[in-house]
Structure formats: C-alpha cells, structure tokens
Design a protein around this ligand. Sequence first.
Ligand code: SF4
Length: 177
Amino acid sequence: MKKLRLATLWLDGCSGCHMSILDMDERLLDLAASVEFVYSPLVDVKDFPEAVDVACVEGAVSSAEDERKLQTVRQRSTLLIALGDCAVTGNIPAMRNILGADKILQAVYVDQQPLGAQIPATELPILNDKALPLHHFVTVDLFIPGCPPAAETLFAALSALVAGKTAELRLDTRFGA
Ligand code: SF4
C-alpha cells in the first residue's frame, strides 16, 4: 500500500502543536505503517518536497518568509490542515496586532534592554504589521482548533485521512486547552 506523504510546518507558533504530534507516543508506530513523514521539524529534511498528500501547518503567518513558506506548502500539497488555534485564528501571535509590529519590536527589543545592550534596528526581526491565520493567504482544507489540539484528536484525524474517510471526519476538539 502506498504510504500517505505527510508534512508538518512550524510558522509563528510555540511548537506546542508539534509536541502534540509527539504526544501520540506509541500510536506513531501504528501510523508509521501507513504514513511517511516527508518534511517536518521532527525529521532532517531541508527542502519542502513535491507531491505531499497532507500538510499540517502550525502557527500564524507573521512575516514575508512565513508567507513564502506557506505558499510553497499550498502549491505542493493536496490537503492543507490549519493545526491549532494560532493557525486557525491567529491566537497568541495575533495579540500583538492591536499595537502593530514596530511598537512591539521597540518595546521588546529596545525599551526593555539594559542600557548599552540595545539591539540595532538592522538586527530586529522583519515582521508583517499583523500576525494572521493561514486562511488569509491560502485555501485551507481542514481546521483543527485547540491550543494545542490533543494527541487523540490528531491521531483520529490522521487515521481518518489514511483510511480515505475525509468526508466522515468529525473531530472532538475545541478552541483553547
Ligand atoms: S495553538 Fe497553542 S500550542 Fe499551538 S502553536 Fe499556538 S500557542 Fe502553541
């Protein structure tokens, strides 16, 4: 049987959603029979490959680099999943939107530094003015909320996708913890 080619991507998130992937524990061994991790922070592959079946994306889009990565994922993946509240709504990264990127960078990297330790403006992160969820940039096929989504939810979703039961996919999940 051809294995499902699974990729995961980490944008502006805390990696907690990827920790939930690891929290599937021994169920990862069950999935290994039918799923191949072709790209992920959890495996050592440098470039996002072609012909991905399912891509799970954690985090909001907060920079031009995030946008570029997300567009590549969308072009090369059959099904794109917004994984977790940051990807679905913006969540924690979007809390900075009320002030805008410049004020946040000034407050965190300049004002809060001890005298003499200020970071030059050229070394600050280059951020979009707002952190936004994935669907502002690309078509999202499936939303899995949760902060993070439970390992049980991820296992149920991946098992359904492996079985080709996307139309019957009903996830026991909700926003927040
Ligand atoms: S949804 Fe929650 S756990 Fe996932 S990246 Fe965002 S803050 Fe972290």
